[in-house]
Design a protein around this ligand. Sequence first.
Ligand code: ADP
Ligand code: MG
Length: 366
Amino acid sequence: MAEIQLKSLAHSYSESPAGPEDYAIRQLDHVWHKGGAYALLGPSGCGKSTMLNIISGLVQPSEGEVLFDGQRVNELSPRERNIAQVFQFPVVYDSMTVFENLAFPLKNNKVPGARIQTRVAEIAEILEIADKLHKKARNLTADEKQKVSMGRGLVREDVTAILFDEPLTVIDPALKWKLRRKLKQIHEQFDITMVYVTHDQLEASTFADKIAVMYDGQIVQFGTPIELFEHPNHTFVGYFIGSPGMNLIDVERSADGVSFGAVRVALQEWQIERLQGLASNNIKIGIRPEFIELASGAAEGSYQAEVLDMEDLGTYKIITVRLGTQQLQVRMHEDFEAGIGSRVHLSFPPQWTMLYVDEFLVQEQS
Ligand code: ADP
Ligand code: MG
């Protein structure tokens, strides 16, 4: 097990990249600490698999270094790096039995026979394939094959880290939930550094203590699920995390804050000060549907909005309102009632009104 550090890492699949758009990984620095349970979350094509393949050694980065416990490993082969990697689609030897498949990585590493027996039994038990050990892999269902594939990653005790690249894609939804819990349990039991790639925020937050959100070849935030929810560091994190995501509104500078159309949004003193120091006119405010408040009347600092739609989601409602030129989504209590076309008064609590300049969060200076 090791700490994995990525130092000034960048990668382009093109031999002569013309600009940032030719990079699958744009220059980044990142540390995966020893023993952590991490998720790497982002949309398809943002560079997740490229990053895993660079860590395991399947891809040589065009720039920067990969360090394991402070030692450069760029020149080491995947085998020497000793990373277990589980892919989206099962990698099993069809002609071997489940037992032989699981034992294979251990045999390769000259683990004694008795230890192989107990370790394979242990992993098969956890993955609930103990009764399949003597079956040929070719006779397994797709789900079972992927369990074997995961087992092959989990069986080794000496690995630097285990990297999972969207491993539950082919798994039946009901089993998905169970396997995710199992992985978490395995992490707690064996304390191995694990990086779990997914494009599903729910999957990321149920597995990981900390999530790296990747967007367009960059890690735009690395934080706990709560940090990502409460203080999205980038508009993409606001939009991608949450259901629905954060309301993001293009605004202009105004005397005591910012405005969009005729709507003025007062900001906190420190936000105004920081904004004055920034030249860009790419300014947005962000507020989550959960944090917009319903005001009882036209109080100061409240806005009148028109209800356009209301979606009843059982324990809560999502209403869509028009405020000036913008449509916003607001999460309301299940008892909330308002007719389509009726007026409501909303307010934006200052502590939940985020300011973004050039898509990044403007933070209070400490
Ligand atoms: P993700 O796993 O997040 O979906 P990838 O790391 O697979 O993203 O891909 C990142 C970007 O690199 C994408 O634009 C993809 O098309 C490109 N890419 C991935 N693999 C290759 C390759 N072998 N050759 C050229 N381009 C690639
Ligand atoms: Mg991928």
